[in-house]
Design a binder for this molecule. Structure first.
Ligand code: UD1
Ligand code: UDP
Length: 385
């Protein structure tokens, strides 16, 4: 069997690195297509080097653009490659423009699509990611859900038919139960946990080289369109963060989108020269996880960072109106404060997060092994049909 993995954005390199290792251990041949949606070294190539991802068989180098331009260019590039290579299955991750374009190109050529991180919803259709993830789920053949909430959502949308899993399947379940792979929708756990465990193990060998502020700090990441595209919203968020920085120093690895936006509203130099802030370029995964583990609080609008903070037991404040990861809120590990957070300094100072909560809803760090085994099993059951 030959798998084509389609990636293009930072979190996809991180997730794909876990599944790549599982494919290798099962002897499954994998090709990689990199759309080039993210292209700065620190947003792309650095992760290939750090995480041991295979070199891409093809790089479309689509770069940035409007949603329509990016999606169309990736769709066209994927289609040409798929026609030439005819892989047996295509794997896509998450909810970016690369995800949707890759899935659509494959589905239209009747090549089965496996969607990793399926069934997540924000229920906010103004978010480009919500459109991408819904459409991808609806044209995929194998749907790999990180949580039970995600499975239930696919049941509600009729994408899957009343699948119920109370617990994660063991690898033995997948191998021994002939009916297991028939459903097409699977509760496998969250693949980012696999990557997190891998980097925690490997970080010890490569200690981070970061110079951090003395004492406690809050870690900030921002990149959502809703927060960065509107001057009014971004100015408001920054004024609130500046207020927080009077009480707690802020370490801020800046996403390239946000760097342009901070320049646009005229505060980039001011923040870079502010002693209460430490602005950085985007970090390697190892350095970022190290920073997260040692932060007093994480303030973010990232999807992946909310989960990682919860797993690492670091309080998280999410600058969004909703989240695809309600489990983190229910467990008392994450607080949604919206895009116009009021009195953020008070929220940060008084944050009372349930420490020592056992968060098992994201699985056991073996999602990649399950996914690789299910794909292998499914292929062997269906190859002659
Ligand atoms: C994208 C995804 C988002 C994901 C995020 C991960 C979509 C719709 N959004 O958002 O779901 O959470 O990636 O980080 O697919 N830029 C650079 N260099 C780069 C990459 C981007 O300068 O290497 C700048 C460009 O000005 C670009 C802007 O960042 O226009 C936004 O990049 P884009 O990939 O469109 O969206 P993200 O905000 O990164
Ligand atoms: N991350 C990283 N370096 C950084 C910031 C984030 O390696 O400077 C990692 C982070 O640990 C997480 C992932 O990138 O695993 C989250 O990606 P991002 O916030 O870009 O996207 P999202 O998860 O919101 O789609």
């Amino acid at each position: 069997m030959r798998v084509l993995t389609i990636v293009g954005a930072r979190p996809q390199f991180i997730k794909a690195s876990a599944l790549s290792k599982a494919f290798t251990s099962l002897g499954i041949e994998e090709l990689l297509l990199d759309s080039g949606q993210h292209y700065d070294d620190a947003m792309s190539d650095a992760f290939f080097r750090e995480l041991g991802l295979p070199r891409p068989a093809v790089s479309l180098a689509v770069g940035s653009g409007s949603h329509g331009q990016m999606t169309a260019k990736i769709l066209e590039g994927c289609e040409s490659f798929l026609i030439k290579e005819r892989p047996d299955i295509v794997v896509v991750y998450g909810d970016t423009n690369t995800t949707l374009a890759g899935a659509l190109a494959a589905a239209k050529l009747s090549i089965p699509v496996a969607h990793v991180e399926s069934g997540l919803r924000s229920f906010n259709s103004t978010m480009p990611e919500e459109i991408n993830r819904r459409l991808t789920d609806h044209c995929s053949t194998l749907l790999f859900c990180p949580t039970r909430t995600a499975i239930n959502q696919l049941n509600r949308e009729g994408v899957s038919s009343n699948i119920k899993y109370n617990k994660l399947p063991s690898l033995q379940d997948i191998t021994d139960r002939p009916e297991f792979c028939m459903s097409g929708t699977f509760y496998v756990g969250d693949i980012m946990i696999d990557s997190l465990h891998w980097i925690q193990k490997n970080n010890r060998k490569n200690p981070p080289t970061l110079s951090l502020p003395d004492g406690e700090y809050g870690l900030l990441t921002l990149h959502r369109a809703a927060n960065t595209d509107s001057d009014k919203c971004l100015k408001y968020i920054i004024s609130q963060i500046k207020d927080v920085s009077q009480a707690l120093k802020i370490v801020f690895p800046v996403h390239p989108r946000t760097k342009s936006a901070l320049k646009r509203i005229g505060v980039l130099d001011e923040l870079a020269n502010d002693r209460n802030f430490k602005l950085m370029d985007p970090l390697s995964y190892g350095d970022f996880v190290f920073l997260q583990s040692n932060a007093k609080v994480v303030i973010t609008d990232s999807g992946g960072v909310q989960k990682e903070a919860a797993i690492l037991g670091v309080p998280c404040i999410t600058i969004r109106d909703e989240t695809e990861w309600p489990e983190t809120i229910d467990a008392g590990l994450n607080k949604l404060v919206g895009s116009f957070p009021k009195d953020l300094r008070d929220t940060v100072t008084n944050i009372d997060i349930a420490k020592n909560t056992q968060l098992d809803c994201f699985g056991d760090g073996r999602a990649a092994d399950r996914i690789a085994l299910i794909i292998d099993r499914w292929w062997n059951d269906n190859r002659d049909r």
